[in-house]
Unconditional design. Sequence first.
Length: 143
Amino acid sequence: MSRIKIEIPEQFFFSCTIPVRITDINYGGHVGNDKILSVAHEARMQYLKSIGYSEMEFDGVGTIMADAAIEYKNEIFYGDNIKVSVRALNITKIGFDLIYKLEVETNDRKKIVALIKTGMICFDYEKKKITAMPEEAKKKLLH
């Protein structure tokens, strides 16, 4: 069986810390796989806010997730603080990828717990169709 392999960039220009809540824990005693995508969503919102945007206000258009891939590396537990680093890559006329590196620190050692890629497309929610990416947004994603 082939596995997803997400290539991570050498540099990230944004990071935030997201604490693990008790509601993130599943019957296995660790963060559930569905909650990992929720962590990416929160990090994406914080990243977009840091460059002056939101998912619904992206320089005059909205964004919508076209795809997602998650590569699980280690368990995450209640009480952990997840450092999420985010970077935009593969910018096209209509969209871009966001790469997320999730890390936790235990015993003074950082370890990667998950890698995520989400494909984001520019979307006109009134017309319900894909639209071109604004040039100013492209510039901000590249920093």
